[in-house]
Design a protein around this ligand. Structure first.
Ligand code: ZN
Length: 510
């Protein structure tokens, strides 16, 4: 085990001393107004002047004193995420621990349905985000690997749930073990690799991804994917790990639950089935939280509940028939990647640029039903160009539309889908956190709010959607920021891999 304390600090490290100096500059300036000046004696005009100055000084000090009090006296809370320090829950020694739980397909606004009292209660004790923006394409495998690595799909290489790789001349398919367990597909460094390299014990409960990285690193504990595992079994596995003796206990636990996504595909996001499963995963979150509370661990373990993407209703979509558009060109397609978007690779003999023109003209004529992009015309916000695995032509339907062909027609079509534009609110994911991280973030926000000049002059709610009614809701942020959060919580950000996240993103929070 290596002590990370002595490592150089990256920008994410809370350098509170400098920040405090910055804050004190405002308040110190103000302080000048209360300094006494020696007044010459006698004349009444001078006395009047003296009275006015005293009055102004009194008024200014009324403003300055609270500001000085809160600015100088109340120390800005400092996060202590030293991963090696021993902490006690009253009966046992623990090291700082982080648990990330992904509830697949939990669309951000599902939390507004009045069906998730427990997740909302956890968010009220801790905090949540208005939503979390997934990477494009808004699919399970690209996003779970983005959450793990902090990378966009073009960087981490999992560019869809199924896709052709022209370099290896092979196809990745998410439900084939021979491809999805083959580490050569998976670029980037997942947080468990960073943690293991720092000597931290990690545990992976079915998180989508390979069991071992390209560099040969494995989580200490690994439970492979299995469908229909009861939520109680997953809860008990997490607690079994937490109850291990100190030296065997994982400090980073990642867990995955797919039932809500499955319900969304089967019955659509507005269905009774989704509402029923939503209540079940809400109780799952409560059970985890209650078990940590019962062990007196809520000040030691950070819990982060996330999802990978949202879900939109596709029970009565408008179909776009790709074979009608392409005509003979349809038979020239060698590979079709992804869904509901389609990455198209024509045979080398086909006149690809002709078919690109055909598709582009059809997109224009459709008046906004779908778009056609190449690597050069892909919207830059998708970060979905710089990888050979991304098919040269991508057809992306807008919400409400589904790509199909006359052969497939609507057979096997789901009533709910995702994979659309990551700017669409229905594609957005959720973020709820509780534990020492959220406590520090809220305490810092409260201290900052109590500082007169920070509150009035410096963009006071930077990074916050709202903090009313004691419920702290962060602005929407992109899920590639999660990697740096987790390594920060583990106190190993000095070892963090390069990501597509925003440098210093978490600095405005803690
Ligand atoms: Zn998913």
């Amino acid at each position: 085990m290596k002590d990370t304390k002595g490592l150089p600090l990256s920008t994410g490290q809370p350098d509170t001393s400098d920040e405090r100096k910055g804050l004190l500059w405002d308040e110190g300036d103000d302080d000048l107004s209360v300094q006494d000046e020696p007044l010459p004696s006698a004349s009444s005009s001078r006395r009047r002047k003296c009275c006015s100055i005293t009055l102004i000084a009194l008024i200014l000090s009324a403003i300055a004193v609270p500001s000085l009090y809160f600015g100088l006296r109340a120390p800005r809370p400092v996060a202590d995420f030293n991963s090696q320090k021993l902490r006690s829950n009253g009966t046992h020694q623990f090291r700082k621990t982080s648990l990330i739980v992904s509830i697949d397909g939990l669309r951000a606004d599902y939390l507004d349905r009045g069906l998730t009292p427990h997740l909302l209660a956890i968010a009220k004790k801790g905090l949540r985000a208005k939503s979390m923006r997934p990477v494009f394409p808004t699919l399970t495998f690209p996003n779970h690997w983005a959450l793990m690595t902090g990378l966009y799909a073009e960087s981490h290489g999992i560019v869809a749930n199924n896709f052709w790789d022209p370099q290896s001349h092979s196809e990745f398919h998410y439900n084939r073990v021979e491809s999805c367990w083959n580490s050569s597909w998976w670029f980037g460094e997942p947080m468990w690799e960073t943690a293991e390299n720092a000597g931290i014990v990690t545990a992976n409960l079915m998180w989508p991804g390979p069991p071992v990285t390209r560099r040969g690193v494995e989580p200490t504990y690994f439970v492979p994917w299995k469908d229909h595992v009861p939520l109680k079994e997953k809860h008990d596995q997490i607690m079994e790990w937490i109850d291990l003796p100190l030296e065997k206990r994982p400090q980073l636990i990642m867990a995955y639950e797919p039932s809500l996504d499955q319900a969304g595909h089967l019955a659509g996001p507005k269905s009774d089935l989704v509402n029923r499963v939503l209540k079940q995963v809400d109780v799952f979150a409560k059970d985890i939280h209650d078990s940590l509370e019962a062990r007196n661990l809520t000040d030691i373990i950070d819990v982060v509940f996330v999802s990978d993407h949202g879900m939109t209703d596709t029970s009565h979509p408008d179909f776009i028939y790709i074979d009608d558009i392409l005509g003979d060109g349809f038979r020239e397609l060698e590979h079709v990647d992804g869904w509901p978007a389609m990455g198209l690779r024509f045979s080398p003999k086909a006149n690809t640029s002709y078919y690109l023109d055909v598709l582009t003209q059809a997109a224009v004529a459709s008046s906004g039903k779908f778009d056609v992009f190449t690597h050069d015309t892909m919207p830059s916000r998708y970060h979905f160009s710089y990888n050979e695995r991304i098919a040269p032509i991508y057809v992306v339907p807008r919400i409400g539309y589904v790509l199909t062909d006359r052969v497939t027609n609507d057979t096997g079509l789901n009533k709910g889908s995702h994979g659309y534009d990551n700017a669409e609110p229905s594609m957005h994911a959720m973020f709820v956190a509780h534990g020492p991280f959220s406590s520090v973030v809220k305490a810092i926000k409260q201290t900052d709010d109590s500082r007169f000049f920070k509150r009035r002059l410096l963009r006071p709610n930077l990074g916050w959607h709202s903090t009313a009614n004691d419920t702290y809701v962060m602005d929407t942020f992109q899920n590639v920021e999660i990697y740096s959060l987790m390594v920060k919580l583990l106190g190993i950000e000095g070892r963090a891999a390069a990501t597509n996240g925003t440098r210093g993103f978490w600095d405005k929070y803690f």
